[in-house]
Ligand binder design. Structure first.
Ligand SMILES: Nc1nc2c(ncn2[C@@H]2O[C@H](COP(=O)(O)OP(=O)(O)OP(=O)(O)O)[C@@H](O)[C@H]2O)c(=O)[nH]1
Length: 409
């Protein structure tokens, strides 16, 4: 749970902010009505994710609260009654995240949305590629203020190596002119690699050079920024791109994932499993079926059965983390792996062993599973699944809690 400090003397505004913050399951609000109580909170609790502060408080009428909150390193969003360009510059220079005028409920929603973004940024990795150390430091400072995890590299070659080493990087911000591999070549290489198709790429180009911006977009960048850029422009573009990326992920997840187990669904399994086989690499199919699931459902109810399916699939994904795990039917799962056959069998043995050791839910239910395996480097996925399914049938009819292999050549 993340704490958000709200310092606001208007009871109505406090109430609105409280409601909006508490509607978010990750947030808990701490409400203060003046600088003195905010200071007390900051003294006693160092764990605030962010602060929302009013510039005019009874004991701090000239925005004194901003310096106080920033001195505790708490990311700060300022609320004020009127917009003033000079004040805006002054506040942004001090290092506040944003400056929002109290106009309507929408403004307050914007504030809370910004803090939600900050929360998500804490787990969002950004790669900055720029051969200028000054520029790296500037961007890195900017991004860290908004909670991002930042890694800097000096050119496109280093950027590709960093992406290769860390598949969690979500966003690349890259200059165009760099030694070894420039920004255009970098984005082209990124777009050629299926692993990086969802990566957000923002190019940096010199002010007034619209050719560069167009070239970046044509090479595959999602957006570009002209240097020098304004605080708001930078974050509007970066945050907007990330939001689009998240929406795309949500749409894709809804289409590809089984909602109960969060493993891939049958449609995805066949679509992508067939593609895996087309590469000609040896592919192994493991069909896994929970033993005696019906009696568990009958004894403890469907809800407990669902909890078990969730726990079972989490364990599967943990063991077969590099492979495709899909829900094939009720309590039946399919793993498609391109790893060495012996390695897949080793993981399968470890998985079955772990499953025997664990107990689940408040009823301490134990589970075992039966498994059929097949492997090939040609033919269709359907054929491989058919063969593995026959071995699974044998496992079920020869005592369960066992794995039977069939290496088709
Ligand atoms: N709770 C829950 N149960 C499900 C779900 N999908 C399928 N099932 C149940 O899974 C059970 C499967 O039963 P059976 O096919 O007889 O298999 P089994 O009892 O595991 O027996 P063996 O496979 O021979 O070990 C049925 O009771 C289904 O209702 C689901 O999404 N949630």
């Amino acid at each position: 749970m993340y704490k958000v400090l709200v310092t606001e003397d208007s009871p109505i505004v406090r109430k609105i902010l409280f409601k909006l913050i508490e509607d978010n399951p990750y947030f808990q609000s701490v409400l203060c009505e003046d600088l003195a109580s905010a200071r007390e909170q900051l003294e006693s609790d160092q764990s605030f994710l962010a602060a929302i502060v009013d510039l005019n408080l009874p004991d701090a009428p000239n925005g004194e609260i901003v310096d106080v909150v920033l001195s505790y390193d708490v990311p700060t969003v300022v609320l004020t009654g009127n917009f003033d360009e000079h004040l805006r510059h002054m506040l942004l220079d001090k290092g506040v995240l944003d400056y929002i005028t109290k106009e309507s409920r929408y403004s307050y929603m914007q504030v809370v949305k910004l803090i939600e973004r900050l929360r998500k940024n804490l787990s969002t990795k950004v790669l900055v590629a720029d051969d200028s150390i000054t520029s790296q430091n500037f961007l890195s400072h900017f991004l860290k203020k908004f909670g991002f995890q930042v890694q800097c590299v000096n050119d496109g070659v280093e950027a590709l190596a960093a992406l290769d080493a860390d598949s969690d990087i979500k966003l690349v911000i890259s200059d165009y002119m760099m030694p070894n591999l420039d920004g255009f070549e970098l984005v082209k290489k990124i777009r050629q690699d299926r692993r990086f198709q969802d990566l957000i790429f923002v190019g940096l180009s010199a002010k007034g050079n619209s050719m560069l911006s167009a070239k970046f977009i044509k090479s595959g960048a999602n957006d570009f920024l002209s240097k020098p850029f304004y605080h708001e422009e930078f974050f509007c573009r970066v945050l907007h791109s990330l939001e689009l990326q998240e929406m795309m992920e949500q749409v894709r997840d809804a289409a590809n994932l089984d909602p109960l187990t969060n493993t891939y669904n049958r449609r995805y399994l066949f679509e992508h499993g067939e593609l895996m086989l087309k590469t000609g690499k040896q592919t192994t199919v493991v069909i896994i079926d929970i033993d005696d699931f019906k009696p568990i459902n009958d004894t403890y109810g469907h809800k407990t059965g669902d909890k078990l399916l969730e726990a079972f699939s989490m364990l599967l994904k943990r063991y077969y983390r590099e492979d495709m795990v899909a829900r094939y039917g009720g309590e039946e799962f399919v793993v498609v792996s391109e790893r060495e056959y012996e390695q897949v069998m080793h993981i399968t043995t470890l998985f079955m062993q772990k499953l025997r050791e664990l107990s689940f839910t408040e009823h301490s239910i134990t589970m075992t599973c039966s498994i059929g395996v097949s492997s090939n480097n040609s033919g269709s996925l359907e054929d491989l699944i058919d063969i593995a399914d026959k071995r699974l049938y044998e496992a079920k009819h020869s005592g369960k809690d066992k794995v039977i292999e069939a290496i088709a050549v």
